[in-house]
Design a protein around this ligand. Structure first.
Ligand SMILES: Nc1ncnc2c1ncn2[C@@H]1O[C@H](COP(=O)(O)OP(=O)(O)OP(=O)(O)O)[C@@H](O)[C@H]1O
Ligand SMILES: [Mg+2]
Length: 388
């Protein structure tokens, strides 16, 4: 086996390990440096938007500079290679006009270098790999060949690592957006609850007192019956307002957490036995709120439409492939009459649509299955390998 083949094999071997980003690229840099007997190796990736090369990984001693060193495309030896897509062998750095001294990369310690493009399809260059030696005139055409052989493979790995990082950043941004949106929704609900409590409820209470007083005065008078009926109606309106406030502002969630929140929801479904099977989950507050709201709507639907005798609420956070603190699976299963999920959407109903929206916001999936005469399953899953 040639030295080039061995290098390729080792690099391929590395890709099978569970390494990511700068760490993986750093390990590749070590292998490359060893293979051509270089002192250091730097792997730069192209940032097209900025028109720059960014250090993505390096041999040990420089690994902390990943992401921190930027070179303009066209500038320096690496910039020239990125622009022209051709390797450059520099026997003596100090006489090559393209060379730029970068203090953090300790250019003064090295005298010769070799720089190869990391090529992708259609002549595109995704990065540049540089090796440096303390010795002058250390690298030769066969080293160029050896690096060029491995460059295609490294290009694929580097591109995947960059895409992976971008995806991770996107995911983080999305999670922050979801958290903020859910937080704003909750703030809005609290404001509405506050308005009902301080406005409508207070006035209903005052009106109720006045009516009672009028009822006392009118005892025996023909209008007394009407006054009593109005009083009863007002009392019902007050109950409904209290109910709406309780639904709008789940204080229990803030004070006692998700498990207590779900237990309190379970108690709020009269006439149906609610069985709870809940993992103690350490989930982000906005995810807890979303799970609470989805369960609340699912249980309300069971109560309003299902004519069920039993409903089971199950929450799992420690599944196979689950990322702890992030992933979960919620199922609400009833044994009611079921319905046609395809025909259920009505212009006037918000419940299922709201569930869909909340699920989408979390990046989760909602699976709604209903079997006429046998019941309904609402399942919400956030997990990387879930294939509903
Ligand atoms: N568990 C269930 N069992 C039987 N039917 C259901 C169930 N869940 C939903 N449905 C049916 O799906 C329809 C749509 O549900 P959705 O929650 O969107 O609206 P809603 O409950 O009627 O009104 P809203 O939720 O806006 O107060 C319901 O009207 C009902 O016919
Ligand atoms: Mg509903």
């Amino acid at each position: 086996m040639t030295a080039g083949d061995l290098l390729l094999r080792r690099v391929i071997g590395l890709t099978c390990e569970d390494l990511r980003g700068p760490e993986l690229i750093g390990r590749i840099a070590e292998l490359v440096a060893q293979a051509v007997d270089a002192d250091v190796c730097f792997v730069h990736v192209v940032d097209r938007d900025a028109g720059e090369l960014v250090l993505a990984g390096a041999t040990s001693g420089f690994e902390h500079l990943a992401g921190a060193i930027r070179l303009r495309i066209g500038d320096g030896v690496a910039g020239w290679v990125a622009e022209h897509g051709e390797p450059v062998l520099v026997r003596d750095k100090w006489t090559d006009p393209r060379y730029r001294y970068i203090p953090a990369l300790r250019g003064e310690e090295f005298n010769s270098m070799l720089s190869v493009p990391l090529p992708r399809s259609r002549g595109r260059v995704v990065g540049v790999m540089n090796v440096h030696s303390r010795l002058p005139d250390r690298f030769h055409p066969e080293d160029v060949e050896r690096l060029a052989d491995v460059a295609g493979l490294v290009a694929g790995i580097v591109e995947t690592a960059v895409l992976y990082d971008r995806l991770a950043i996107r995911e983080e941004q999305l999670a922050r957006f979801a958290a903020r949106t859910i937080e704003l929704q909750e703030l809005d609900r609290r404001r509405i609850a506050g308005d009902i409590h301080d406005g409508i409820s207070q006035r209903l209470v005052s009106a109720w007192y006045h009516l009672r007083a009028a009822g006392d005065l009118a005892r025996g008078h023909p209008v007394a019956g009407e006054l009593a009926a109005t009083e009863a109606l007002l009392s019902e309106a007050l109950d409904e307002a209290r109910h709406a406030i309780a639904g709008l502002r789940p204080a229990v969630l803030d004070d006692l957490g998700l498990s207590a929140g779900l237990r309190s929801l379970a108690r709020s479904v009269p006439g149906v036995r609610v069985e709870l099977d809940i993992d103690g989950c350490e989930l982000a507050p906005h995810v807890q709120t979303a799970i609470y709201r989805i369960t609340q709507e699912a249980l309300q639907n069971v109560q309003k439409h299902a004519a069920a005798s039993v409903v089971r609420v199950k929450l799992r956070c420690r599944g196979r492939d689950f990322e702890p603190g992030r992933d979960f699976e919620l199922t609400v299963t009833d044994d009611g009459i079921g319905f046609d999920t395809g025909a259920a959407a009505k212009a006037t109903s918000y419940g299922l649509a709201g569930m869909h929206e909340r699920t989408l916001l979390l990046g989760a999936r909602l699976d709604l299955r209903s079997f006429p005469g046998r019941g309904t399953i609402v399942r919400v899953v956030l997990a990387p390998y879930d294939d509903l």
